[in-house]
Design a protein around this ligand. Structure first.
Ligand code: FES
Length: 186
């Protein structure tokens, strides 16, 4: 019993120099790890903030289709291929989304195929005179205006231009579930 008490006292005795040294090293490691972790979080935050601020004015022109390949007056869905970026990496040639293109002569209108309600992919309506979302049955006119369903706004119109016979789209993403068309950070 006495031995056991002594052993207990030994465990609670003052730290030896070797223990202090080990504890000191551990503290340094923990502090360094905390600083690195905080730095990583700051990097993500900085990137997110930059995207949000720059997102309103940043142009991101992506080639969509050859003008000559688009039929007159008939919507065509095309994928948007570009570099996918996050806080740490850039992945080239990723599908970032898709758009509906509608050609009238040399004028091409682009509507985002992402539903403003909750982000489902918008299809062409069965009669091809408008669009419909399969998730909650929002319906849109051929110009992208809301006709029925829960979508809080019409389909998002994107800027287009023709360069060397190619239709290019200034591809952006907008917040879902709001009546206001506001660009999202990603
Ligand atoms: S996501 Fe399109 S109607 Fe809900």
């Amino acid at each position: 019993m006495a031995e056991s008490k002594e052993a207990g006292n030994t465990e609670q005795s003052a730290p030896q120099p070797a223990d202090e040294s080990r504890r000191g090293a551990l503290k340094v490691l923990v502090t360094a790890g905390s600083i690195a972790y905080a730095g990583a979080l700051a990097a993500v935050g900085a990137s997110f903030a930059t995207s949000t601020v720059g997102g309103e004015t940043r142009e991101r022109w992506l080639r969509a289709a050859r003008l000559a390949d688009l039929p007159e007056g008939e919507p065509r869905r095309v994928p948007m291929i570009g570099d996918a970026r996050d806080a740490f990496t850039v992945t080239p040639a990723e599908q970032l989304g898709s758009v509906w293109l509608l050609r009238k002569g040399n004028d091409v209108k682009a509507l985002s195929a992402t539903c403003p309600h909750l982000g489902c992919a918008i299809d062409l309506a069965a009669d091809k005179k408008g669009y419909s979302c399969p998730c909650h049955t929002s319906a849109f006119s051929i110009e992208g205006a809301t006709q029925s369903g829960p979508s809080p706004r019409g389909m998002d119109l994107l800027a287009t231009r023709i360069t060397d016979g190619w239709v290019e789209v200034d591809f952006r993403k907008y917040r879902q579930g709001t009546a206001e068309k506001k660009e999202s950070a990603s």
